[in-house]
Every structure is written in structure tokens, then in C-alpha cells.
Design a protein around this ligand. Structure first.
Ligand code: ABF
Length: 230
């Protein structure tokens, strides 16, 4: 199976958890896109759901495919969110934000009774940190925040480049109008300590460590589907 097929299989297994009438958080990324496509087929054949997208990009795909959408303002309590991840550890702590949607993804996941992560096996790691940690920051005081992030990490024995995410020669701007710093600290042994340290920096809007939010991960590999529960 190629990478795309693995994503489709993980998405299909998550779709089996979706029941009629659900209020559904809908993730962002190529794996979540596969979920949206399968969900659209279900909707076309009569399933009723209310979807809350985690990004403008996902909202656009849902509209194109006819998946009914609401907002978190209208639908502030969700039954289930299905979303991808950049890394998943055995406790289901995640790194997310490679797609730049981490803030809305975290708000939507936190508003959901359950969050199911869908991923191919390449995303599973023993310890998070091979993937650079995305940190969403306010544009104001960017340089000061960049320094504060490096200092906070250094106090925890972590170091490495902290770089402003760019796209087509310009800083990448999130749906919330913020910038993203990608922090290549390597292995993060104490995710909770780093999370707390980053949250203490005023210019940090949110970071891509998802701790205690995922209830299950559906991991697709060449030898089949594995479901990991929190
Ligand atoms: C979102 O999309 C993000 O949080 C994560 O960064 C990314 C994963 O993308 P993909 O499924 O394309 O690997 O879930």
C-alpha cells in the first residue's frame, strides 16, 4: 500500500466511529482530507452530521464536497473530532501544526468529547521531537518571542534552531493572523514542562504539543490497522 492508501485506510476506520446526528470536529491535512472525502460520500448517501472545520482549507474542501458545516460559535460542544498529526507517541501525546492549523485544531479538539487521530505508521515515535515543534506566535514582538522561546527551552536542557515559517518568500500567516515558529529542539522528554514553559511566554498564542487531548489513534501500516487507546 502506498502512503495515500494508508491515509485512506486510517480515515475509513475513523469514519466507522461516526454515527448519524454527530457533531463532528473535522481536522486539517492530507490525512484529514481523506476523511472528508469519505465523510462526503456518507453524507451523499443520507448520513446527517454537523461539521466544524479546523481550518479555512478544510472548510473549503467540505463546502466543495457538500459536507454540512457549522461554526464552533453555533456548535460549541462536539461529540468527536477526527484529525491528523505530525507525530504520535505511545501515550498519544502529539505534535501537530505542520499544516499551520494548530490553534483551531486544539480549540476544536478541546471542545470535543473524543478526539481520534488518524495517521500512517511513519508518524509513530517513541519520543516526540523529530518533527520540529510548531509554535504559533503573535506578530507583535516576534524577535523577542523567538528569543524567549529559545531561552525557555534552554532552561529545560533543550536547544536547536527556532525559525520563522516562510511561504513563497513571506512569513506564513495562520487562519488566526499569527506567525509560526518551527522549533527544532530534537527529543522532548518532558512535554508537559515544555508546554508550561511555552504557555508562560506572552507572545506565544499556542503550541503544537497536544497533551491529554487524543482518546485514540488509528494507525495504518502495511500490515493493517492498529488502534491505540489513551
Ligand atoms: C494536521 O495536518 C496537522 O496538525 C498536522 O500538522 C498535519 C498532518 O498532515 P498530514 O496528514 O498531511 O501528514 O493534522
Amino acid at each position: 500500500m502506498d502512503a495515500r492508501q494508508l491515509k485512506v485506510e486510517a480515515a475509513r476506520a475513523a469514519l466507522a466511529q461516526v454515527t448519524d446526528g454527530m457533531r463532528l470536529g473535522i481536522g486539517t491535512g492530507t490525512t484529514a482530507d481523506e476523511f472528508v472525502r469519505l465523510l462526503a460520500d456518507k453524507v451523499a448517501s443520507g448520513m446527517t452530521i454537523t461539521g466544524v472545520p479546523t481550518s479555512e482549507r478544510t472548510a473549503a474542501l467540505c463546502r466543495e464536497l457538500g459536507v454540512p458545516l457549522s461554526t464552533l460559535e453555533e456548535t460549541p460542544e462536539l461529540d468527536l473530532t477526527v484529525d491528523g498529526a505530525d507525530e504520535v507517541d505511545p501515550e498519544l501525546t502529539l505534535i501537530k501544526g505542520g499544516g499551520g492549523a494548530l490553534l483551531r485544531e486544539k480549540i476544536v479538539a478541546a471542545a470535543s468529547q473524543r478526539m481520534i487521530v488518524i495517521a500512517d505508521r511513519s508518524k509513530m515515535v517513541e519520543t516526540l521531537g523529530r518533527f520540529p515543534l510548531p509554535v504559533e506566535v503573535n506578530r507583535f514582538g516576534l524577535r523577542a518571542t523567538e528569543i524567549a522561546v529559545a531561552v525557555a527551552a534552554g532552561n529545560l536542557g533543550l536547544s536547536g534552531p527556532v525559525t520563522l515559517r516562510m511561504t513563497r518568500g513571506q512569513p506564513f500567516v495562520t487562519d488566526g493572523g499569527h506567525f509560526i515558529l518551527d522549533a527544532s529542539f530534537g527529543r522532548i522528554p518532558d512535554t508537559r514542562a515544555l508546554s508550561n514553559a511555552l504557555h508562560a511566554i506572552p507572545g506565544v498564542v499556542e503550541h503544537g504539543l497536544f497533551i491529554g487531548l487524543a482518546s485514540a489513534a488509528i494507525i495504518a501500516g502495511g500490515d493493517g490497522i492498529q488502534t491505540v487507546h489513551a
